[in-house]
Design a protein around this ligand. Structure first.
Ligand SMILES: [Zn+2]
Length: 349
């Protein structure tokens, strides 16, 4: 289901508003109409979201120049997310991509402050106060994003600086540790003050640090490993015309949890134990072709394992058929990849 609305495209990057974001904006203006909050505040919040888009666009623009694919920018109530391909592991490039976002906020803050100074004497007090607040919010955004911890831009800046002096994985480990220490100090301050918001941000940073660590370790362990290096070439397949009962029997016999469905030489779909046993409860007389999933997500022998893993995770799948020149040449499962990861991790120790 599509849950976001495309509003415009800049540098060939689509900018979309998530439904939850639209509801939030609607809610804020409703509050303003009902005089629960000032209209100025509603407008200020709207403008801040515009600067969030500019922030994400500046990351995306530089990333694009280094050849990173930018899928889209989505605005959510918590801020903006630029969905992009893998960021280069070239420290200098990562540094520029990460630093340009907060820099955009600094520039907006500076320009707004200049506007404030120039117009202060000729505009009504509430207008100049508004401009000043806008400048201040941007300054706060810049500082917040530069906190030296993942998932903030500052965490990336820190890693990039460290990675110029040491290995990428080591730089990640070190910056993740610094981020975690930072989060713990922040949570401590939050409890001491007490400030619930600080505790929440600390938690967010701690979790973000952990995720970044795992993602980096996985991608560095898998390296340039290709699907063909670890796929299973002898693939058990099922015919779409057999009954689910028959298919289940085969599954028990061969002990795999998912099978490509082939008629003649053509890959028609993929079916899992889960699909079959669920369908059996409903109607025993169904055929494999009735319950298999037809929108196939596939990989190819030359694809990097890390990309295949991303596909598996993104679509919440257990296995991908490996297809070359329209022919099924193998299958790769999440379990296979995890096994390889564990082997590599033990080897790296
Ligand atoms: Zn950013």
């Amino acid at each position: 289901m599509k849950t976001s609305l495309r509003i415009l495209t800049v540098f060939e990057i689509p900018i979309e508003l998530d439904i939850s974001f639209l509801l939030l904006i609607l809610f804020i203006y409703l509050m303003a109409i009902l005089n629960i909050i000032q209209l100025e505040l509603a407008v200020l919040i709207t403008l801040v979201f515009v600067t969030v888009v500019i922030h994400e666009l500046s990351h995306s623009y530089i990333a694009q120049r280094y050849g990173v694919d930018i899928e889209r920018i989505v605005l959510l109530p918590i801020g903006g997310v630029a969905q992009m391909g893998e960021i280069p592991k070239e420290p200098r490039q990562e540094l520029y991509i990460a630093a340009v976002g907060p820099m955009a906020n600094v520039i907006i803050a500076g320009l707004s402050y200049i506007l404030f100074l120039v117009t202060e004497s000729v505009t009504p007090l509430f207008v100049s106060a508004f401009i000043l607040q806008f400048a201040l919010v941007n300054l706060v955004l810049a500082v917040f994003n530069l906190l030296p911890a993942f998932p903030m831009d500052g965490g990336r800046v820190l890693r990039a600086i460290l990675a110029e002096r040491m290995k990428y994985v080591r730089a990640t480990e070190l910056s993740v540790s610094i981020g975690k220490i930072f989060a713990i100090l922040m949570a401590g301050a939050g409890i001491f003050l007490p400030n619930f918001f600080l505790i929440l941000i600390a938690l967010f940073i701690y979790i973000g640090a952990d995720q970044e660590y795992k993602a980096t370790i996985i991608s560095s362990l898998l390296g340039d490993l290709k699907v063909e290096n670890i796929m299973t070439s002898e693939v058990m397949t099922l015919s779409p015309q057999i009954s689910i009962e028959e298919a289940l029997e085969k599954m028990f016999q061969y002990k795999h949890m998912g099978y490509p469905v082939m008629s003649e030489e053509k890959l028609e779909g993929i079916v899992t134990f889960h699909d079959l046993s669920n369908a059996k409860k409903e109607n025993e007389n169904l055929l494999v072709s009735d319950v298999m999933s037809k929108d196939l997500i596939t990989t190819n022998p030359n694809e990097e394992v890390i990309i295949a893993l991303e596909k598996l995770t993104k679509h919440n799948l257990g296995r991908l058929p490996v297809v070359k020149d329209d022919k099924l040449v193998g299958i790769i499962s999440k379990t296979d990849i995890i096994k390889i990861l564990n082997l590599m991790k033990n080897k790296a120790k």
